[in-house]
Design a protein around this ligand. Sequence first.
Ligand code: NAP
Length: 441
Amino acid sequence: MQHVLDAIQSNADSAVFAKLAIPETYRAVHVLKAEQEMWKGVATKDKDPRRSLHVGDVPTPAVAPDEVYLAVMASSINFNTVWTSIFEPVSTFGPLARLARESEWAKRHDQPYQVVGSDAAGVVLSVGSAVRNWQPGDRVTVHCNHVDDQDHSAHDDSMLATNQRIWGYETNFGGLAELAVVKANQLMPKPAHLTWEEAAVNALCNSTSYRMLVGRNGARMKQGDVVLIWGATGGIGAYATQYVLNGGGIPICMVSSEEKAQILRRMGVQHIIDRSAAGYTFWNGDEHDENEWRRLGKDIRDLCGEDPDIVFEHPGRSTFGASMYVVKRGGTVVTCAATTGFMMEFDNRHFWMRSKRLIGSHFANYREAWEANRLVSKGMINPVISRVFPLAQTGEAAYQVHHNAHEGKIAVLALAPTEGLGIADPALRAKVADRLDWFRR
Ligand code: NAP
């Protein structure tokens, strides 16, 4: 791929990119179907992504008429790559086999390997015959909403499409690689003021938080809303915190260390709870402890004088009962995940008697992803990178996310030889410079 990198670094024009040879194989982070049973009997925390994520060459698939080949400069670790690598809650090879039954082109996805990764920033190398709005040489970032838009179920909100999938998780040929195959409708312009690695970390988490809080399909936060954000310096939490601050809300940010609290103070957050210091025990074995829910509610009232209008929920089983309890009468819990367990319990009496609402939310439709990227491009939402790893160390990067040993996002360099490349709008960068290092270690 050196010839591709040379063209990118010399800012070659579209005609040059269009003539570049697409290699027959490419370096990619992948899991193996033959290893999908490897963690049988192993506790979740002991399943080690460093053993199941392999870095090596895989064959280059053909590109469908509505797809492009992307030279990936950088990508990022999302929690879904952790799920894939530990084969929980299910092996992703099952969904790939189901996808393969949908069409001739979809058959490509069922391989003995899966190239993972649901974020990417890079350069379009060549486009399928039906692609109109993008051309070789375009600098782009990729959102992970993989939808067959010929299906009528995709037409209103593409997240409601019956065949909606997350690219690089429920599809093959994802972004943690030097080359990726991407549907043209997943492409968005790369924010020009950002480096490759900064541009690569946003799309999945930023779009998810946008839909949960801002878009018309989520909690529809308004000015003055008090929003409790679990994991406020984690991947999605760090964008949620920015949306609440930008939108005139009042964030109540939950974290588990003083270092994370300091990041939030740099961002301008006033109300922070350290859940480790507070020592909440919402569960006593299999029993909820309602007194602990009340203690959390009191801590929130002591901080800002009110109950939360919205709870940004994703830890799942460990916190869900508390979230449903502390949210204000008529308030909304919006959830997109269940990291600590997906069988949730809550006290329905508090829920119905106080007319609360619960909204399930998954990634973002095309429009929401585009709007979220637009805000990044304007410097209004900022990347939350704490560390950058080379592709060869993706396993270690995923291990850190698996063990909550990171803040914000971990970026991964693919073709980009070093950090700091790819900036095309230094003037905007200078304007937001103080926000680009909030999370850096
Ligand atoms: P992340 O970067 O690991 O952040 C998660 C945060 O949760 C951590 O920073 C941690 O913060 C907090 N946390 C962990 N265990 C907790 C517990 N027991 N109680 C309370 N807080 C806890 O992960 P992420 O990228 O934000 O993703 C979070 C979850 O959302 C994952 O399950 C992911 O798969 C899911 N997700 C879903 C979508 C979707 O479209 N549906 C999109 C993105 C992510 P502290 O330790 O500081 O409290």
